[in-house]
Ligand binder design. Sequence first.
Ligand code: S3P
Length: 428
Amino acid sequence: MSECTLQQSNNPLSGEILVPGDKSISHRAVIFGSLANGITKITHFLDGEDCMRTVEAFREMGVSIDVHDTTLIIKSKGVKRLVEPDQPLDFGNSGTTTRLMLGILAGLPFFTTIYGDASLSKRPMDRVVNPLRQMGAIIDGRFNGSLLPIAVRGTAIKGINYTLPVKSAQVKSAILLAGLLAEGETKVTEPIPTRNHTENMLKAFGADLTIDGNTITVTNKSDLTGTDVHVPGDISSAAFFLVAGAIVPGSEILLKNVGLNPSRTGIIEVLNRMGAKIQIVTEHSTSGEAFGNVRIAHGSLKGITIEGEIIPRLIDEIPVIALLATQAEGTTVIRNAEELRVKETDRITAIVDVLSTLGADITATEDGLIIKGQTPLKGGKIASYDDHRIAMMGVIASLITDGEVTIDDTSCIAISYPNFFKDLESIS
Ligand code: S3P
């Protein structure tokens, strides 16, 4: 446990932050580099705890992965040369590692068991286990394979035609990864688009992939080949400082190297619609992923409704968007975000608890939140729920509270942003 007390400061924030590597892209770069034949060099990798779980998993399966700060060198002989891990794999807190690895393990000719921490052990895995079983996978676990620990007896699997019943890039990715090992075609249709990093990386590593509207098709026809991947900064990490810049009076911050893939930029659209002073300064792209520098400054904000197709494009940013909404004039309504109930914690409950303790006018609904602003925030004792994004939201809230904020445990921040406090310090 690392309790953290944050003194009231209310000082303007100013300066630049180089945003750490994107968590979703870092996981995928390790996965694809390990499945591919040859050498993959990954730069600006996120060395947070979640992504290191994925690295450890492939090391256990015989892949050579050297980590030097944020540069990784992966040397692999390809998917056919992976070996059976002789220990159960510990996926810690990482839902992405678990769901994506299930897709791969389903089609590999060996036996694996996987487990995780208390939070991961409560998260639903049937959303990937069910379609994988339709492909012929042999998987068992608690509650008939819905919960970790789970055991996978890898076997010959076949392609399916699957329409996603949940808005989940993890489920889409698990099925597409299984499709790389399956006989025939695997087609995934998503009624509402989710982050498309897996599709971008399938292309970059030379997979046989076609995209037709909302349907993605893969086959096992092409072997993957190692390639270099530069990971853009994580917009989900940048979001904490975008909101900080927007709500702390007098602030102006430049966030450098922010990932700007349109399937992730919902937070920028929300800030624009709320009237924030935000500007994309430069834009480039690498391995099919856009990135650029974003400037944010304090200004007045107005409440809005956030619902529908934008939700998967900002799902991880909702805790900090809720904080933002407490400082907007009028009501902000967030709907269609039921997925928040099955994240690292039930984030709807956690957000309401934390922000109402700090004086916000916020109500939970089944699938979202109603926040009435603008309310001044006060100090108090809050819980992180062992959830990195709730803990960081609490820290950013403390920048505008009247009185100190104590957070029960901030060690979980290392899951996605090991240098969070250092970066905050640098602009304080
Ligand atoms: C992720 C997808 C999202 C997101 C998670 C990372 C990914 O989860 O919340 O932090 O890397 O694919 P779902 O796809 O389950 O919504």
